[in-house]
Design a protein around this ligand. Structure first.
Ligand SMILES: *Cc1c(COP(=O)(O)O)cnc(C)c1O
Length: 734
C-alpha cells in the first residue's frame, strides 16, 4: 500500500509534464498491459481500462486492445488526466514487469527439472477471457485456468492450441425462444496476438502432408502471464480455399473437418515447437483431440535418432501425459480407416508400419477390423500417465477402458485422477477479494492452494460476509435486468415487456442460478419438470425463490435447443413472470456474473456423466452455495455442512426412472433444506446457519478445487516424473 501511495505522489508531480513524449509513453504502457493476458486476472488493472471509457468497455466485450485503438495517444492522455490514471498505469506496468522477471516461484524449487525440459500442453480450446473467443465451454476454460495457474506457479509450460477466426457461435433466441447461431469474424488486430517467429527471426509456417495434398498453418503467439501460448491458423496463402477455412470455427463442420483440425493441432503443434526451437520434456494431451502429436514425436525420434518403432513408442509414452474428460463412450472421437489413411498415410510411411498396424493403435481390440480408430485409445496407448478429472470419473474411466488391459483388474487399470480446479483470481469477485485481504494473512494470494489460509474465513464477521455477498447479488440482478431488456429490445418487443425486464427479480429473494451447456444429460429442465410444484415455490408470498438460466446448446443438438425454448418461454406465463430469466449467449462474462452473485448454484446432471464440472467451484470462492447431484467434483467435495446434495449418489441404468427420482430429490432438498435455511433469520435479519454454511464451503473447498492445487498435482505426479524419465506406470491419484 505504502508503495502505491509513493507511486501516486511521484506521478502526480510528473503529471503536469503532459507533453507528447509523455502521451506516447502512456499509450505504449497501456498497450503493453493489454498485450499480456495477465491484466485479466488483476481487477485493478482491468478497472484502468474500464475507467478510460466505461460504456465502450462494455460494448467492446471488455477488450482493451479494441478500446485503446479507438484513442490517439493525445486523447488517451487527456482522459487519463481526467481520471487520474497515470500513476495506476505506471504502477500496473511495473508490477507486470516484476511478475515477468520473478524468479522465486513455487516451481523454481519444486520442479527444477522442467527448466530445461518444459511441458507442452495441447488443447483444442483455451478459454481465458470473453474477448478472446477461442473456447466453447468447460474444457476450454479449464485449459485457460491451467495455463494461468502454471504462470502463477512458474511451471515451465508452453500452450499449443488452434486459432479460430470465428470461434464458437453467438447465441440469440428468436420470438419463439428458439436458439439462433451467429458466427462473427474476430479482428486479429484487436487480439493480443503476434506472429510467432522462428529461430531465424521470420514468421513460422508449418506444413503437414496428407494423401491428397499439403496442409499449411501459420502460428500466432499469445502471452498469458509468464506462459507462451501458440495458436495454429490455417488461413494462409497456399492452402486450398476450403482449407483456409479449416480452423475458422470451433467444433463446426463434419468428421473430416474434425480430423483435419486434430491433425493440425497434434502434428502441426509438434512441428511448430520444433520451428521455434523448443524441445519439451513432457507432452500433456488435454483430451484426445491432440493425440496425433505423440505419433509425430515418434516419427522424429525414428528419423533423428534412428530408433526402432517399438523403442520410439516406449520413449514417447514415458514423456506423454494424457487427461481424459469424457465419461460417455459416444463422446470420444472416432475415425474410419479411410479417413485415417488419407490424413495419416504419409506419417505412417515414415513410421514404417502398415495401415492395419496404425489402425490397431486406435482400437481396443487390435485385430477387430470392424472397430474404428479412437483418439482416446491412441492417447492411452501412447502415454504412460493417464488421468481422469475427478475421483468418481477415475472409477468410471477405469471401468470403461478395462478391455484395453484384459489381464488386469479394474483397480489395476493405469488411469488415475487429478480433480479439476479453477484459477481463483480469475473468478473471485473484487469485493470478495477485498474482504479476504482484510481478514486473511498477508500474502495469502501466493498461498491459495493451502488449507490453513482459508480457515481465516471463520473469523470474518457474519454480517460483513453477508453484506458483501448481497452487494454482489445486486450486481448480478442489475446485469440480468440490463441483458434481458436488451434481448427484448433486439427482438423488437413491446415497451411494457422491455420495461418489465428492468424490474426483473427481487434482491431479497432466494436466487438460484443454472448456467451451463444445454446438453440433455445436464437436464436443465429438471426443475420445471414438475410445473405446479415449481410454480408454488416461485410464487410463495413468504419464502419465494427466483431462477436465472443461461447456456448454449450445440448447433446440432435439437433436444438441447428444445430445453432452452421450454425454459425461455416460461417468461410469458403469468406465474413465472419476473421470477425466471434466461440470459442469452452464455460465455465467460455471463458465467462470471452468475457465479459471483447467486445464492445457490444448481447442478443436476444424470450421474455419472459429469466428469468433473468446474462452475460450482467458482461459486464457492464468492460465497454462493452449491446444490448438486453427487457427481463429478461434488461427489468428493460435499461433507454435509458445506452445501446441499441432491439424492444419495446412486446411479440407475434407466434414464426415465433416474430423472423422475432425481426430480423428487431435487424438490425435497429445495423445499426442506435450502428454503428454510435461507429464510431462517435472527434479530439482525441474518441467516446465521446459511452464513455458517458459506464459511464451511469456502474453508473446505476453495483451496482444494483451485487450479493452483491442480497444477501442483500435475507437476508432482505427472510432469516431474515424466521429465525425469521415471518409468513407473502406477496410476496417480490427486
Ligand atoms: C466454468 C465454465 C464452464 C464449465 O461449467 P461446468 O458446466 O460446471 O462444467 C462452461 N462455460 C463457461 C463459459 C465457464 O466459464
Amino acid at each position: 500500500m505504502a508503495q502505491l501511495e509513493t507511486a501516486v505522489r511521484n506521478e502526480v508531480s510528473n503529471q503536469n509534464a503532459g507533453n507528447e513524449v509523455g502521451s506516447e509513453q502512456l499509450y505504449q504502457k497501456c498497450m503493453a498491459l493489454a498485450q499480456n493476458l495477465w491484466w485479466c486476472w488483476h481487477p485493478e488493472v482491468a478497472n484502468i481500462f474500464r475507467d478510460i471509457d466505461p460504456i465502450r468497455w462494455r460494448q467492446l466485450d471488455h477488450n482493451p486492445i479494441a478500446l485503446l485503438r479507438e484513442f490517439t495517444p493525445e486523447r488517451l492522455a487527456i482522459r487519463a488526466s481526467e481520471m487520474v490514471l497515470h500513476s495506476r498505469v505506471n504502477y500496473a506496468y511495473r508490477r507486470l514487469q516484476e511478475y515477468l522477471d520473478g524468479q522465486n516461484t513455487w516451481a523454481s524449487t519444486q520442479a527444477g527439472v522442467l527448466g530445461a525440459k518444459p511441458v507442452a500442453y495441447f488443447s483444442a480450446e483455451f478459454g481465458m477471457h470473453e474477448s478472446i473467443p477461442i473456447y466453447s465451454g468447460g474444457l476450454g476454460v479449464l485449459s485457460g485456468d491451467h495455463i494461468k495457474s502454471a504462470s502463477g506457479l512458474g511451471v515451465p509450460l508452453i500452450g499449443i492450441g488452434l486459432y479460430y477466426t470465428q470461434g464458437y457461435f453467438k447465441q440469440h433466441l428468436d420470438e419463439d425462444g428458439y436458439q439462433r447461431e451467429e458466427y462473427i469474424e474476430t479482428k486479429v488486430e484487436n487480439l493480443p496476438i503476434v506472429p510467432a517467429l522462428g529461430s531465424d527471426g521470420l514468421p513460422i509456417t508449418v506444413t503437414i502432408d496428407t494423401r491428397n495434398g499439403r496442409l499449411m498453418a501459420k502460428v500466432w503467439l499469445m502471452n498469458v502471464g509468464r506462459i507462451k501460448l501458440y495458436l495454429l491458423d490455417c488461413n494462409v496463402e497456399g492452402n486450398k480455399p476450403e482449407d483456409r477455412e479449416l480452423t475458422s470455427r470451433l467444433y463446426g463442420g463434419d468428421e473430416r473437418t474434425r480430423i483435419r483440425q486434430e491433425l493440425v493441432l497434434g502434428v502441426g503443434g509438434v512441428k511448430a515447437l520444433r520451428a521455434l526451437g523448443i524441445y519439451p520434456g513432457v507432452y500433456h494431451l488435454n483430451e484426445g483431440h491432440s493425440a496425433f502429436a505423440a505419433l509425430e514425436v515418434m516419427r522424429e525420434r525414428m528419423h533423428d535418432d534412428g530408433q526402432t518403432f517399438d523403442n520410439a513408442l516406449r520413449e514417447v509414452a514415458r514423456s506423454t501425459v494424457f487427461t481424459t474428460h469424457t465419461p460417455v463412450p459416444a463422446g470420444h472421437d472416432r475415425f474410419d480407416a479411410l479417413m485415417i489413411e488419407e490424413h495419416l498415410g504419409p506419417l505412417r510411411d515414415q513410421l514404417g508400419i502398415s495401415a492395419e498396424h496404425l489402425m490397431s493403435l486406435g482400437r481396443v481390440h487390435p485385430d477387430d477390423h470392424s472397430e474404428t480408430f479412437c483418439m482416446t485409445v491412441l492417447a492411452l496407448k501412447l502415454s504412460r500417465r493417464a488421468n481422469a478429472v475427478s475421483q468418481l470419473h477415475g472409477h468410471i474411466s477405469r471401468r470403461m477402458w478395462q478391455p484395453l488391459w484384459p489381464d488386469r483388474t479394474e483397480e489395476e487399470i493405469p488411469i488415475g485422477h487429478i480433480t479439476n480446479g479453477v484459477h481463483i483470481q480469475s473468478w473471485l469477485a473484487w469485493q470478495m477479494q477485498q474482504l479476504y485481504d482484510r481478514h486473511f494473512p498477508a500474502g495469502w494470494q501466493s498461498r491459495m492452494g493451502e488449507p490453513e489460509v482459508w480457515q481465516y474465513i471463520h473469523r470474518v464477521d457474519p454480517g460483513e460476509l453477508w453484506e458483501t455477498h448481497n452487494a454482489l447479488k445486486n450486481l448480478l440482478i442489475s446485469f440480468v435486468r440490463r441483458r434481458v431488456s436488451r434481448q427484448s429490445r433486439r427482438r423488437g418487443e413491446a415497451d411494457d415487456i422491455i420495461e418489465a425486464a428492468r424490474n426483473l427479480l427481487d434482491p431479497n429473494v432466494l436466487t438460484i442460478g443454472f448456467g451451463r451447456r444445454f446438453a440433455t444429460y445436464k437436464r436443465a429442465n429438471l426443475l420445471v419438470s414438475q410445473v405446479d410444484r415449481i410454480a408454488e415455490l416461485l410464487s410463495s408470498s413468504s419464502r419465494p425463490i427466483q431462477i436465472v438460466y443461461a447456456g448454449k446448446a450445440h448447433p446440432k443438438d435439437e433436444p438441447g435447443k428444445r430445453f432452452i425454448q421450454e425454459i425461455a418461454n416460461l417468461r410469458h406465463d403469468s406465474t413465472f413472470k419476473g421470477k425466471i430469466a434466461f440470459i442469452e449467449d452464455y460465455d465467460i462474462n455471463v458465467c462470471r456474473h452468475l457465479i459471483q452473485g447467486v445464492d445457490v448454484w444448481l447442478n443436476n446432471p444424470r450421474r455419472p456423466l459429469e466428469a468433473s464440472g468446474t462452475s460450482g467451484q467458482k461459486v464457492v470462492l464468492n460465497g454462493g452455495l452449491n446444490c448438486s447431484i453427487l457427481d463429478g467434483w461434488w461427489a468428493e467435495a460435499y461433507d454435509g455442512r458445506n452445501g446441499f446434495a441432491i439424492g444419495k449418489g446412486y446411479s440407475h441404468s434407466n434414464d426415465a426412472i433416474t430423472d423422475k427420482r432425481d426430480a423428487e430429490y431435487l424438490f425435497q432438498v429445495i423445499e426442506q433444506e435450502v428454503i428454510p435455511t435461507f429464510y431462517d433469520r435472527d434479530r439482525d435479519g441474518l441467516p446465521r446457519k446459511w452464513i455458517k454454511m458459506m464459511m464451511n464451503s469456502i474453508s473446505t473447498l476453495a483451496w482444494r478445487f483451485s487450479a493452483h492445487r491442480m497444477v501442483m498435482d500435475y507437476t508432482r505426479h505427472a510432469y516431474v516424473p515424466a521429465a525425469g524419465g521415471l518409468s513407473c506406470d502406477m496410476p496417480f491419484h490427486g
